[in-house]
Design a protein around this ligand. Structure first.
Ligand code: ADP
Ligand code: MG
Ligand code: ZN
Length: 470
């Protein structure tokens, strides 16, 4: 039988606040074990939590950017479970009144994946299993998280990937998290069930815990789909369970059969007051949101006329976008700015990280100058590319490479003389061109480029050449 995949994701995103959710300890990644800790985040008797205001603000930002409603009166809850990574034996989270609800994330196709809720909570410590011992590092304990729960609207591994990528982009754009899956600042629990195609009734789901890479999410979902399909095909029943994905075998296996919410004995956290957020605060945060990725992509294509392939290459990296947009606002032409960025600068920004940070020593002001020279035909594109490559390597301004005399370019009279000479010294190319060999004109370009050391505007030269040959 053919089955429809149904999936909803629970995504944990570590918030980029400087300090932890209930104490002043640093949230910096790494550090010697148990050095980013205090009595509060290690659950010592008598230590009391104080809610970090920034955490609430960041979570509201995330909620507004995903079109959620904000519950301006909310509270925290205790989720009780005993495990060594949680020294208090409970996690402070939110249960019945999450900070944000009823939002969505839009996919490229226009399909909206519903966001059920976004709540705030504290991260647990990290267990390290080594040579028969288990070590505990509480540095991560108390780091603020938001958990973003999606509706079961996802219908394929590809959609799951796109949804996570979109979330990642949004969170990075609004500056609430770097969402580095490999460092654990974004992790997903993937819920999956199958139902016969055309059915309305969801099947029993399993939940694959703690996925930390996009490709693993896709692989795990594909594997889990076939595992469940095989059971159903054989007349079996799916047992609701929490699964783990083995990166080496590419298989999922059962960790534990599913616990229910009631097992956690949730109750309102007595050490933290009800959180009341003034309406004005929410509006202030809404007003401070930057343009969101999907809107930017649409604007790049529809308003700026950037071709869709290049727009896709740019819009994912906020720092690159800021750079390009600034150059354009300084008068640089869109087309040359985009082509030079994607063509020349991207070869120096190899990794995603490089692009996100955009750490090249080229300023928007300097690329704008260069692009304007190219726009005005004072230098040709090849020279612009070469110059930009050097600027990116050496960090010097345009003026270090292009002098006044270079910019003088080749005036029209001079160009016409050169074109004539080009024809005289290349009779074969002229004959070939006249005989219909379009490409023969390249030999004439070559002559002009060489004679002017790349300064001549080849587009102009082309027109003159054609005129002369006629
Ligand atoms: P919990 O896992 O904490 O018990 P929920 O029951 O609210 O929480 O569901 C968590 C996630 O599972 C949500 O993202 C939801 O969309 C998804 N989900 C719920 N039912 C199904 C189902 N039948 N198939 C696939 N995903 C589901
Ligand atoms: Mg769950
Ligand atoms: Zn602490």
């Amino acid at each position: 039988m053919k089955y429809q995949l149904v999936s909803g994701l629970e995504t944990h995103v570590e918030l980029a606040t400087a300090t932890k959710i209930f104490c002043g300890c640093t949230t910096a990644f790494g550090g010697a074990p148990n050095t980013h800790c205090c009595p509060v985040c290690t659950g010592q008797p008598g230590a009391l939590p104080i809610l970090n205001k920034r955490v609430v603000e960041f979570a509201i930002r995330a909620g507004l950017a995903t079109h959620c409603t904000i519950n301006t009166t909310t509270h925290l809850d205790r989720k009780n479970y005993c495990y060594p990574d949680l020294p208090k034996a409970y996690q402070i989270s939110q249960f019945d009144k999450p900070l944000c609800e009823h939002g969505y994330v839009e996919l490229e196709s226009g399909k909206k994946i519903g966001i059920t809720r976004i709540h705030i909570e504290e991260d647990a410590g990290k267990l390290v299993h080594e040579s028969g011992f288990t070590f505990i590092d509480y540095n991560r304990g108390g780091v603020p998280l938001i958990e973003i729960v999606s509706e079961p609207d996802i219908s394929s591994p590809e959609e799951a990937r796109e949804y996570v990528e979109k979330l990642q982009l949004i969170m990075r754009y609004i500056g609430v998290s770097d969402c580095k899956m490999q460092e654990g600042s974004m992790r997903c629990d993937v819920n999956i069930s199958l139902m016969p195609v055309g059915s309305e009734k969801f099947g029993t789901r399993t939940e694959i815990k703690n996925m930390n890479s996009l490709s693993y999410i896709e692989k795990a979902m594909a594997y889990e789909y076939s595992r469940q399909a095989e059971i159903l095909d054989n007349g079996g029943e799916i047992v609701q369970a929490t699964m783990r994905f083995d990166e080496h075998t590419g298989e999922t296996s059962v960790m534990r059969t599913k616990e229910d919410a009631q097992d956690y004995r949730y109750f309102p956290e007595p050490d933290i007051l009800t959180v009341v957020i003034p309406e004005e605060k929410v509006e202030e945060i809404r007003a401070s949101l930057p343009e969101l990725p999907t809107d930017k992509l649409k604007r790049y294509i529809n308003d700026l006329g950037i071709n869709p392939a290049n727009a896709q290459l740019l819009y994912k990296y906020k720092a690159v976008c800021d750079f390009v947009e600034k150059a354009i606002s300084l008068g640089a032409g869109v087309k040359n700015t985009v082509n030079l960025t994607v063509g020349t600068l991207y070869s120096k920004l190899e990794t995603e990280d490089d692009k996100e940070r955009f750490s090249l020593p080229v300023t928007a002001e300097e690329i704008a100058k260069l692009v304007k020279y190219a726009d005005e035909g004072k230098i040709n594109i090849t020279l612009a590319q070469k110059t930009l490559a050097k600027m990116a390597e050496e960090g010097k301004p345009v003026s270090a490479y292009i002098s006044e005399s270079d910019l003088a370019g080749v005036d029209d009279g001079e160009l016409e003389e050169l074109c004539k000479k080009a024809l005289e010294s290349n009779p074969q190319a002229v004959a070939d061109f006249k005989a219909g060999k379009e490409k023969a004109i390249f030999a004439l370009y070559g002559y002009i480029k060489k004679a002017t050391q790349g300064k001549a505007d080849i587009k102009k030269a082309d027109a003159v050449l054609r005129q002369l040959i006629k």
